[in-house]
Design a binder for this molecule. Structure first.
Ligand code: NAD
Ligand code: TYD
Length: 347
């Protein structure tokens, strides 16, 4: 039986990954190690705790706590770490970069040291296409330079480079995946797609940054999970693998598609002052993961439809978050002034 330590497993992608792994591999055990920040939520794992009680454990903890990390690895006979734990939202990294550097850089170092000292089989780092910075033309392959422009992206790049250094210097068996934007169930509604869906359901404005002509490769979260698993099983230590669909969509098109699916008017879209340092376009070259055996993924339209459907059906999950004090304070700080200066977008 294999034991995985899934750090950040109570967040959006981590919780989807935990469910995916436990369903797919009857001989795997999973320990979720998560600090439960505002983004971590045990509601995301409620069904997992019920359905996989014998093979799933949860430990609340911070990845920067080296002793605790080691103790959990020993106690639960962990063979490999999959690191999803991170501070993840670009806009928050512009407000308070501290936590990003602490968790995404130092925390990654702690996990690498634990992997090295305890001789684990693998440390897999879940990274992001944002480390390449904006890709105005063409696509970023795994060897493209890292031109980060936000504290979030820079912290993730720092974590990636530490991983590669531990492979080169100490032979620690690391792999890295750089995923494009994920959408799907259990995404905290600060990220654009669940923010726009839930605002639209409530007939609230959709704050579109700048001209809305920025592009992202929006992929379905379970396609990303499948790619991470593929790299865990077949990836080569010391290697980086991009995971995305290879198709980009403009934000304005994404916003209109959400409104179409919900039967809401485009007049809900408000063009608001842009995010500083906003990356215009991310675009990944995905042939390396395809060569490893990755097959088809959801199209943008399918991924968005499933996502919208999930948020419509699962108000029990997001309504308490949006009504909570933490979310409301963040929303006010991030959007009140922007929305006051916002303008309608021509249809
Ligand atoms: P999320 O914000 O939903 O979840 C992050 C999780 O990490 C939360 O459960 C949180 O409690 C936990 N966490 C934060 N700091 C911690 C710490 N110091 N110790 C232990 N746990 C801590 O994030 P997500 O969107 O699920 O992203 C997961 C990973 O995937 C991140 O590493 C992110 O950089 C990467 N990624 C995300 C996307 C995306 O579109 N969301 C795309 C590519 C890569
Ligand atoms: P986001 O979900 O924050 O992900 P990323 O890490 O790629 O920035 O934002 C996705 C895109 O949506 C990005 O181009 C910024 C834009 N956006 C808005 O237009 N309005 C918003 O309120 C947010 C949060 C994002």
């Amino acid at each position: 039986m294999r034991g995985l330590l899934i750090t950040g497993g109570a967040g959006f992608i981590g919780s989807n990954f935990v469910r995916y792994i436990l369903q797919k591999y009857p001989d795997y055990r999973v320990v979720v190690y998560d600090k439960l920040t505002y983004a971590g939520n045990l509601e995301n794992l409620k069904d997992v705790a019920r359905d996989f009680a014998g093979r799933y454990a949860f430990v609340r903890g911070d990845i920067v706590e080296a002793e605790k990390v080691r103790a959990v690895i020993r106690e639960h006979q962990v063979n490999a770490i999959v690191n999803f734990a991170a501070a993840t939202h670009v806009d928050r990294s512009l407000m308070e970069p501290d936590e990003f550097i602490r968790t995404d850089v130092y925390g990654t170092y702690v996990l690498l040291e634990a992997t090295r000292e305890l001789g684990l089989e693998r440390m897999h780092q879940v990274s992001t296409d944002e480390v390449y910075g904006q890709v105005l033309e063409g696509r970023a392959g795994e060897d493209a330079p890292l031109h980060t422009r936000s504290p979030y992206a820079a912290s993730k790049a720092g974590g990636d480079l530490l991983c590669l250094s531990y492979f080169a210097s100490f032979g620690v068996p690391v792999t890295i995946t750089r995923g494009a934007n994920n959408i799907g169930p259990y995404q905290y509604p600060e990220k654009v797609v669940p923010l726009f869906i839930t605002n639209a359901i409530d007939q609230q404005p959709l704050p579109l940054y700048g001209d809305g002509m920025q592009m992202r490769d929006y992929q379905y979260v379970l396609d990303h999970c499948e790619g991470v698993d593929l790299v865990l099983q077949r990836g080569e230590p010391g290697q980086v693998y991009n995971i995305g669909t290879g198709v980009e969509t403009h934000n304005i098109v994404m916003a209109r598609a959400i409104l179409d699916l919900l039967g809401k008017p485009y007049s809900l879209i408000r063009s608001v002052p842009d995010r500083p340092g906003h990356d215009r376009r991310y675009a990944l070259e995905v042939s390396k993961i395809r060569a490893l055996g990755r097959q088809s993924s959801h199209s943008f339209a399918q991924a968005l439809e499933e996502t919208v459907h999930w948020y419509v059906k699962n108000e029990w999950w997001w309504r308490p978050i949006k009504n909570g004090e933490h979310y409301r304070a963040y929303y006010q700080q991030q959007y009140d002034q922007r929305l006051a200066r916002g303008q309608a977008v021509a249809e």
